[in-house]
Structures are given as structure tokens and as C-alpha cells.
Design a binder for this molecule. Structure first.
Ligand code: NAD
Length: 524
């Protein structure tokens, strides 16, 4: 049936970035299909909610078991679709989803329980309050390609546990792995309409934003996030935005150079640098600058770039030409402004179309794009600093604020400095790994986004709070109702003094003045 909603069917292809092989072609869901999916999800969501938390948790347990059993197949599919080494598909994707399920299995019942609300206002003492956590209804999830399994899995599991239905729009580059996630959840017992995948590109995502979802959870770039926030504002659609980062790494003068340089190299190059939390800028105290540079270069030269299916591979390909081009142009800009390339700095065409050599840049400055814009590629720019104050200023001199890391032998000093960095998370003596801690909230400040995923805070993003208040003396008129008058005013002043005046004497006077309030028979 042709309607105003319908657009011509567009196709997208899932391609292995290491080989260029097309894995599958898929048709983009039309606007009408997206709306129909949301309508079906809305119709079935109440039944999913009525099932109760314990039965939904039982489904998550089954999903966890299935994923554990099928971990190799899932990890291989991730590697084929996005290129990262197979071991990284296990260590940064599958394990994260398994642990997110573990967190919900252990905690969702407790965290979603109705919560009696104690209160302190004397005049309200006859009231019993309770907080309910109710599902939004249908949650729309739009996900990126860089962690194509763990990101939508974390968000979907939390949304489902809370009793929502979910419609996911995966990245156009990684549809297959999200279809696999949905298949595992459906095998575990999630009804088909409770979790649906609408494959497609940007316009398909836009159709989901404009569909009648009740909340939109978006992970992706800042420009797309801003577009989504604008569209959502028009109808006050709540949005959770997990956006880009430009995470700084601060190496203090007392850091262990061997450990910190290994951390920098891994943190900058994991998933070929295409990690929202990757080390995008490194600041090293001047006394350590030279030895730190040498250690990073020596370690980077030992990294093996290639197809992620080869167990000896450390770094896989980048996702596509457009991403390579961004990296290349930022490196060229840095070189033109005086940066030195210590290793790497070019494509590796002999390996395939999407490979870029892990690159170390020295003598970078904040005038260079490489220190200001998200690079999202295997580049580690390193800059010296003199004082701790300067290091903090440099770290905070960014439009982004996703995460940061501080490297020092003195953990207390690192933890104190962490408070001065504008970011959603700061790690002391490690980087990136906080994403693997299901209890730790994940999300940014400034342009890096709004809201949090993971753990308690991620679960609370999937519910609306409702306050239910029940008066325990239903036969009594409330003190503050009509009718007003001089004596009521006098008593009210007394109540205020009783609760808030300073000194026992004034409080006592207040109590005496307010006395009549509690058995006034003059209420209308
Ligand atoms: P992207 O913004 O290009 O695309 C993300 C998703 O949005 C895709 O599914 C895409 O199809 C969809 N989309 C594109 N245009 C849209 C529109 N107008 N309306 C609705 N949806 C639309 O981002 P990407 O290249 O897939 O991902 C990389 C970015 O994601 C990086 O900036 C990275 O830092 C960020 N990221 C952030 C986090 C985080 O947790 N903060 C995690 C991973 C990635």
C-alpha cells in the first residue's frame, strides 16, 4: 500500500572491511515499516510488562547461557563485519554483553522494586509515599558500527528488563550482528514484536526518531546526535545521547613509563582507534616525554596489522574509506603545522583497502585538528606539558568530555586530579576498560552527550518515575484546605517556626501557636 510515509526502497550492504567481500545486501526499512514496527511493539509491550521482572530476568538468564554457548560464532561475525581482531570481539564485545546480563540478573529485581519514600515535612506526616519505576513503553535504539554488539546489547537488555519493548536501528555497516543479537534474545524467549530490528541507513534512523517511540537511545557522532536532539525537541521526546569523545591521557612525572606507554598504545589502537573511549590525546610531563615517546614507538612498531580472523593480528582494518580519509586529513594537517611522525602515518594498501598504520605523532599542539577533532583512527598524538595545572587545562580544553585517564604511581594524587577533569569517567592507571564494568555509569559531558548507560543509572534511563501518595487518614480534611482566616494564618506561622526556627524556645512557641491547626473544625 503506497502512502505518504513510503520512500523508495534503498539497499545497504554489509561488507567485510578486511577483504571488501560483501557479506549480505539488505533493504532499508521504509518509514511506513518503521512506524508499523513501533505500532506492533506498542501493542505487545503491556503483556511483556505484565510478565513481571522475575520472568523477564529468567529470559535474560537464558540469553546469557545461549550467548556463552555461541560466543565463538558471535565473535567471528563481529570480526567479519567490523574488522576488529577476533580476540577483541570476545574481550570487548561478547564479555561486555554477558556481564551486562549478569548485572541485570543480579540486580534488576531489587532496582525496579517499588520504593517507599520517607519524607520529613511535619504537615505531611499522614501520608505514605511510594516511588514506582514504570517502563516508558517503546524504546527506540539507534546504534553505531564500532561496538556493534555490546552497545545495543547493553541498552536493549536494560530496556527489556524494565518492561519496555524495543525497536533497534543498527548502523548500516553492521546490521548482521544486531540481527544476531535479536535472534539470540528471541530464542531466549523475548517475543518477536517485543524486540524488532529495522535495518537501514540515516533516513531509516530518522524515521525511528519521528515514529511514536516513547524514548530514543542514540549512540553515534556529535553531528547526528545534535540532529536527533533537534528533531526530538519538537515533540519533547526524551533522548539519551552517547556521542563522540576526544579522551585525554595524562602521564604524570612519577608514572611508570613502561606501563603507561603500553596503556597508551593499547588505548589508542584498540579496534584500530575506532573506540569512543580511546586515547585520542596524550600529555606527558616534560621529564618523561622523550623516554615515553621512545617506548611508544618501540611498542607500536611491534604491532601486527592484518585480518582480524588471524589470531596473530593486533590491529584490524578501519571500517570504511570515509573514516580513513578523516584520519589521513588530520595527520596531514598536523604534519603541515609542524608535528613529527615517529612511526606510521600512511595507509597500508598491500593489506587491503581499509588499513592504516598505527601512528605516533610528536610535538603536536592544540592548533592542530588532531588535538581538537575526534580522530577515530589508529593515531596517538603526544604532547609535553610542564606543570600539573597546565596538564589539567589542556585536558579540559576540548568540546568533548567522555572520559580521561591519569597515570601515576601515587593513586591518591591521581584520584584527586580526577575531580578536576571535565568528563563522564576518569580512570587512574588504566583506560577504556571502565566500559567493561557493568556497574559503572557510562556517558559524557559537554558535546559527548546526555544521560548514562550501564548499571543502575542505565536501568533508570529506561523507566519513568511515578510517585504514588496515599493519605493514611482518609476521614480527615487536610490542614491547608479552605477555609482561611486570621487564626489559620497564626497557626501556619507557628508550624513554620516549629519546623524551621532556630532555637528550642522559638520552636516550642511555634508548637503552641500551631496547636489548634490539627483539630480545627472550621474546614469547609
Ligand atoms: P553516526 O552518527 O554516523 O551514526 C550512528 C547511527 O545513527 C547509525 O545507525 C546511523 O545510521 C544513524 N543515523 C545517521 N543519520 C541519522 C539521522 N539523521 N537520524 C537518525 N539516525 C541517523 O556514527 P557512527 O559513525 O556510526 O559511530 C561513530 C561515532 O559514535 C563516533 O563519534 C563515536 O565516538 C560515537 N560513539 C559513542 C559512544 C559512546 O558511548 N559515547 C560509543 C560508540 C561510538
Amino acid at each position: 500500500m503506497a502512502t505518504d510515509f513510503q520512500v523508495a526502497a534503498r539497499k545497504i550492504a554489509s561488507v567485510n572491511p578486511a577483504t571488501g567481500e560483501t557479506l549480505r545486501e539488505l533493504e532499508c526499512a521504509s518509514e511506513l515499516e518503521v512506524h508499523e514496527s513501533v505500532t506492533r511493539a506498542r501493542a505487545i509491550q503491556p503483556a511483556w510488562f505484565e510478565l513481571g521482572v522475575r520472568r523477564r530476568i529468567a529470559v535474560l538468564k537464558k540469553f546469557q547461557r545461549l550467548l556463552q554457548e555461541q560466543k565463538s560464532g558471535v565473535a567471528k561475525l563481529i570480526t567479519r563485519e567490523v574488522g576488529k581482531p577476533y580476540v577483541e570481539s570476545l574481550s570487548t564485545e561478547v564479555i561486555v554483553a554477558l556481564d551486562a546480563a549478569r548485572f541485570l540478573i543480579e540486580n534488576a529485581f531489587r532496582l525496579l522494586k517499588d520504593e517507599p519514600l520517607r519524607h520529613g515535612n511535619l504537615t505531611m506526616k499522614t501520608k505514605a509515599g511510594c516511588l514506582l519505576r514504570e517502563p516508558y513503553g517503546v524504546i527506540g535504539i539507534i546504534s553505531p558500527w564500532n561496538y556493534p554488539f555490546s552497545i545495543p546489547a547493553i541498552e536493549t537488555l536494560a530496556a527489556l528488563a524494565a518492561g519496555n519493548a524495543v525497536v533497534i536501528k543498527p548502523s548500516e555497516f553492521t546490521s548482521l550482528i544486531v540481527l544476531q543479537l535479536a535472534s539470540l534474545l528471541q530464542q531466549a524467549g523475548v517475543p518477536k514484536d517485543v524486540l524488532q530490528v529495522v535495518v537501514g541507513d540515516g533516513p531509516t534512523g530518522s524515521a525511528l526518531v519521528n515514529s511514536p517511540v516513547d524514548k530514543l537511545v542514540f549512540t553515534g557522532s556529535v553531528p547526528t546526535g545534535k540532529r536527533i536532539a533537534q528533531a526530538a525537541a519538537a515533540r519533547l521526546l526524551p533522548v539519551l545521547l552517547e556521542l563522540g569523545g576526544k579522551d585525554p591521557m595524562l602521564v604524570l612525572e612519577d608514572a611508570n613509563v613502561d606501563v603507561a606507554s603500553s596503556g597508551a598504545v593499547w588505548g589508542a589502537f584498540v579496534n584500530a582507534g575506532q573506540t569512543c573511549l580511546s586515547v585520542e590525546r596524550c600529555y606527558v610531563q616534560r621529564n618523561l616525554y622523550q623516554p615515553f615517546l621512545e617506548a611508544c614507538v618501540q611498542k607500536t612498531k611491534q604491532l601486527r596489522v592484518g585480518n582480524g580472523m588471524n589470531p596473530e593480528t593486533d590491529i584490524g582494518p578501519m571500517i570504511h574509506e570515509r573514516q580513513l580519509h578523516i584520519v589521513e586529513s588530520q595527520v596531514e594537517d598536523a604534519k603541515a603545522r609542524g608535528a613529527r611522525v615517529l612511526t606510521g602515518g600512511s595507509r597500508l594498501p598491500e593489506l587491503g583497502p581499509n588499513f592504516y598504520a598505527p601512528t605516533i605523532l610528536a610535538d603536536v599542539t592544540h592548533d592542530m585538528r588532531i588535538m581538537r577533532e575526534e580522530t577515530f583512527g589508529p593515531v596517538l598524538p603526544i604532547m609535553p606539558y610542564e606543570t600539573e595545572q597546565q596538564a589539567i587545562q589542556l585536558a579540559n580544553d576540548s568540546e568533548y568530555g567522555l572520559a580521561a585517564s591519569i597515570w601515576t604511581r601515587d593513586s591518591s594524587r591521581g584520584e584527586a586530579l580526577a575531580r578536576r577533569i571535565n568528563a563522564g569517567a576518569v580512570q587512574v592507571n588504566d583506560t577504556v576498560s571502565s566500559f567493561g564494568i557493568s556497574e559503572a555509569p557510562h556517558g559524557g559531558v559537554k558535546s559527548s552527550g546526555i544521560g548514562r548507560t550501564h548499571g543502575r543509572f542505565g536501568l533508570e534511563e529506561m523507566v519513568r518515575f511515578k510517585y504514588v501518595d496515599s493519605d493514611r487518614l482518609p476521614g480527615m480534611k487536610r490542614l491547608w484546605w479552605y477555609r482561611y482566616g486570621a487564626s489559620f494564618t497564626h497557626q501556619m506561622e507557628g508550624i513554620l517556626d516549629l519546623q524551621f526556627a532556630r532555637g528550642a524556645g522559638r520552636k516550642l512557641q511555634g508548637a503552641l501557636r500551631s496547636f489548634g491547626l490539627f483539630w480545627s473544625s472550621k474546614k469547609l
